[in-house]
Write a protein that binds this ligand. Structure first.
Ligand code: ZN
Length: 348
């Protein structure tokens, strides 16, 4: 039995665009080289129905490796990223996503109905997501262009500051209450996203920014790839009051597979049992209810448990939930149904 699942976050477009080799489409479509965590053949084999395809504009001088396993001991915010560099990398990732759509392996979904259609056609259902709004100007001209290209989900910040707000630095044994809230432009962005049906993603945003989004947005609160702070007390994870606010709003949290955000010791160590992931799911179900928990792997952007390995390991996580006594209907909601529901209620 293969249970179909939808994934709240992958950095596959970043991995492919940063690869110096020219045959990026071949790497994705045919799984040429079989590297990284996600390509089309492995996605199909695993039961992946689709997911949020993030466009993360990387720091000018950083490798995927040090983004995948950030150093908790440094604890400072990376420098600001200028809009020219952000648009350059975002254009490359958006172009690749649109090319893959033309190639016929995925569909850029602009609504929950589009996702149903993509699944029915046997295509991967992709949500166009930007992780950090650095590529958007405060007059929102680039917003219009990206929206027309399919943008339907925005993380206001990555773990740095930008014109809209401030993200959390990567710190362990630390609270996400680390700095100022949204700027005036950030508050305007939230209102525009609400009006236009663009999901706001709270992962990476600091506590003050989270409070601002919760106060302004009329939509369910969503953290696409975050875990439980009470189990792994790093700034990227959600504290009790944040989980309560998400539940109150009818929102969703996607389980992040990054070992440093799973383990009680905060170590980025692939030797992390799937049981630790199940502990977070248990706590998320407890905090959010059965409608509030979903998946948000961070594939191709994080070091994941070796027993998961890549996207073909997701069925092992779902099996571990079944083995723990989760009924199949609930596992199917965590895998797919809860994302479809919250996407319908935010994007439309
Ligand atoms: Zn992230």
């Amino acid at each position: 039995m293969t249970i179909p699942f939808f994934d709240g976050h992958n950095d596959t477009l970043l991995r492919l665009t940063e690869d110096a080799r020219p045959d990026k489409r071949d790497m994705f479509i045919n799984g040429k080289n079989g590297e990284g965590h996600i390509d089309y053949p492995r996605a199909r084999k695993s039961g992946m129905a689709g997911g949020f395809f993030a466009m993360f504009p990387p720091p000018v001088k950083a490798s995927v490796a040090n983004v995948a396993a950030p150093d908790f001991t440094k604890g400072d915010l990376p420098p600001l990223l200028d809009i020219a560099n952000a648009q350059k990398s975002t254009n490359a990732m958006a172009a690749l996503l649109l090319q893959l759509e033309r190639d016929g392996v995925l569909k850029v979904c602009r609504s929950a109905a589009d996702i149903d259609g993509a699944i029915a056609q046997g295509k991967l259902a992709a949500i166009f997501h930007i992780e950090g709004a650095e590529a958007i100007d405060t007059d929102f001209q680039a917003f219009e262009i990206l929206y027309a290209a399919g943008l339907r989900s925005i993380g206001v910040t990555w773990s740095r500051a930008n014109a809209f707000g401030t993200g959390v630095p990567f710190r362990f044994n630390a609270d996400p209450d680390t700095g100022p809230g949204l700027t005036a432009a950030g508050k305007a962005l939230v209102r525009i996203c609400d009006q236009r049906g663009v999901m706001i993603d709270l992962s990476h945003l600091n506590a003050a920014g989270f409070r601002d989004v919760a106060a302004i947005s009329t939509k369910p609160l969503v953290a696409t790839h975050s875990n439980v702070h009470a189990i792994c007390p790093c700034t990227r994870n959600l504290t009790d009051w944040q989980l309560a606010a998400i539940r109150e709003s009818g929102g969703v949290v996607g389980l992040n597979y990054a070992t440093g955000f799973l383990r009680p010791d905060g170590k980025f160590d692939a030797d992390t049992p799937i049981e630790v992931m199940v502990r977070h799911v248990d706590a998320l179900v407890e905090a959010l209810g059965e409608d509030g928990v979903a998946l948000g792997s961070d594939f191709d952007g994080a070091m994941v448990p070796k027993d998961i390995g890549d996207v073909t390991g997701v069925p092992k996580l779902l099996q571990a939930l079944l083995d723990k006594g989760y009924g199949e209907p609930l596992v199917r909601k965590i895998a797919l149904g809860n994302w479809l529901s919250v996407i319908a209620r935010t994007i439309g």
